[in-house]
Write a protein that binds this ligand. Sequence first.
Ligand code: BV8
Ligand code: ZN
Length: 247
Amino acid sequence: MHQVTMSREEQIGLVKARLQQAQEVVVLTGAGISAESGVPTFRGDDGIWQHYRATDLATPEAFARDPELVWAFYNWRRELISRVEENRAHRALVVLEQTVPGFTLVTQNVDGLHRRAGSKNLIEVHGNLWRVQCTECARISVDMSVDMGVLPKCKDCGGLLRPDVVWFGESLDGRLLNRAEDAARACDVMLVVGTSGIVYPVAFLPALAKGKGAFVAEINMEETPLSPGLDLTILGKAGDVIPLLVA
Ligand code: BV8
Ligand code: ZN
């Protein structure tokens, strides 16, 4: 059905019908699903941090060159995220998980808001900023403190800690990516929510689902490079649209 001629209500009705028939549902989320909680997106005009670009700070090179600056960036995000609430879109996905037979949530976000909202079958393909990893002994631990201080050190070996997130140029955890790819290939319906669809390899997942015959709908404030390859793009805020899809 050519989406240009469809009203928003018709689009929502179509996606709802597909969800009601679906056995396996995958939802892929990006920074846009946390935007209404007050968490800045990476590429929106609200920028992400002062005059720095996230893509300049979320790299191993930046951390090697200026670990204090990168830790200031992550401490700023920790502080901000600790003050915000998960929103209606996060909560609607928890309801959807409880409604459909098979559900997998793949998120690019490292803010932990899906986990806080109660999502269970959750794959955080880019890590989680509430976890830290020692750069010496590689020990990973959860640390919910809002401010990790300047150049936080490992309790075991005194090594410098880093956020347990995947930086640009770093490869993703192969096990998580395989689980996400398997889920994308096995699903009947995929929702792609609040992602600009330009970060790879995650941006391959919708094409994987489409290639296996899934119905793939995008919910975003704007069209993205993914849009032409998908069945439908519903233009709107995740917090407005997702609750209507699971009502
Ligand atoms: C890899 C964790 C290779 C950190 C993130 C040069 C050198 C090296 C690599 C590359 C290179 N050029 C390209 C690459 C590949 C690179 C890449 O894709 N770059 C992009 C910029 C082109 N990828 C990588 O580096 C990946 N690794 O390729 O490794 C390799 C391979 C084998 C072996 C060794 C190495 C790693 C990528 C992961 C980077 N880490 N996050 C942190 O967060 O601190 S990515 C980070 O940015 C997020 O996790 C997220 O994935 C991404 C942001 O994207 P979005 O989530 O889509 O957010 P964005 O702001 O872009 O868009 C928001 C959207 O929401 C918009 O569309 C907006 O319209 C919409 N929206 C806004 N409000 C709402 C809304 N929608 C609905 N409702 C609303 N209310
Ligand atoms: Zn250590």
